[in-house]
Design a protein. Structure first.
Length: 235
């Protein structure tokens, strides 16, 4: 008799649980906890909660990895905000990247991590139109900045700098509306000047200077129709 009672209780508990998920409200909107499996399987694809048709709280999405549900993405919905906080994971549960999304486009600050998680690889910012805006930074695994670049409405605009793993400045370019414009310099791994000149409309312009071990050895005139394009300092 006791065994029968336990079976009955388990049956009704299972029925009650089944009735509590994947439900609709009176208006036909999804409400409460929802889950979905991959087709023809018991492998979880996503889980989350709806509040009368609107996502609320944290939704979790899973990959099917060798027949197991492995967390791939979380989407955190914030009350009275159009921006969803999204985090991507690798199969070892390390964070790959995270940031905001609005209407399926990236917005606000995004952070990307080196393989294995924990160490920041890149930081960038997107405007409300999903275009890169402001300073973008890229890092080596040792934490030293590898590159700094400035963007305006999705294109390079302003100073861009590249560095060695020891933090030595290697290149410095200036951009205007995506095109090279203004002073440019290149350095060797010891920080000694190698080359310098000016860009105009994405092309080298005027006198460019070339160095060896920090010493000026040659100049070249990139001015259009120059009558004296080469000047060797050794002659």
């Amino acid at each position: 008799m006791r065994s029968i009672l336990i079976i009955i209780l388990c049956f009704f508990s299972g029925q009650l649980f089944a009735q509590e998920i994947n439900q609709f409200d009176a208006q036909g909107e999804r409400h409460g906890k929802w889950t979905k499996n991959y087709d023809n399987s018991k492998i979880l694809r996503y889980e989350g909660e709806f509040n009368h048709g609107k996502e609320t709280g944290t939704f979790k999405f899973y990959k099917n990895v060798d027949g197991k549900a492995v967390l791939a993405v979380t989407r955190e919905f914030v009350t009275n905000s159009e921006v969803v906080h999204v985090t991507f994971y690798d199969t070892n549960k390390n964070i790959v990247s995270k940031g905001g999304m609005k209407d399926k486009i990236q917005v606000g600050k995004w952070v990307y991590y080196h393989k294995g998680g924990g160490l920041v690889m890149m930081e960038e910012f997107y405007n409300d139109n999903g275009k890169l805006e402001g300073e973008k930074k890229t890092y080596y695994k040792n934490g030293v900045i590898a590159e700094k670049a400035n963007f305006k409405d999705g294109v390079l605009d302003g100073v861009s700098e590249w560095f060695s793993e020891k933090g030595v400045l290697i290149r410095l370019f200036n951009y205007t509306n995506g095109a090279l414009e203004g002073p440019s310099k290149s350095y060797d791994s010891d920080g000694k000047i190698k080359m310098e000149g000016v860009y105009r409309n994405d092309l080298k312009h005027g006198i460019w200077k070339f160095y060896e071990n920090g010493k000026l050895v040659r100049e070249k005139d990139f001015t259009k129709r120059s009558k004296n394009p080469y000047k060797n300092k050794n002659k």
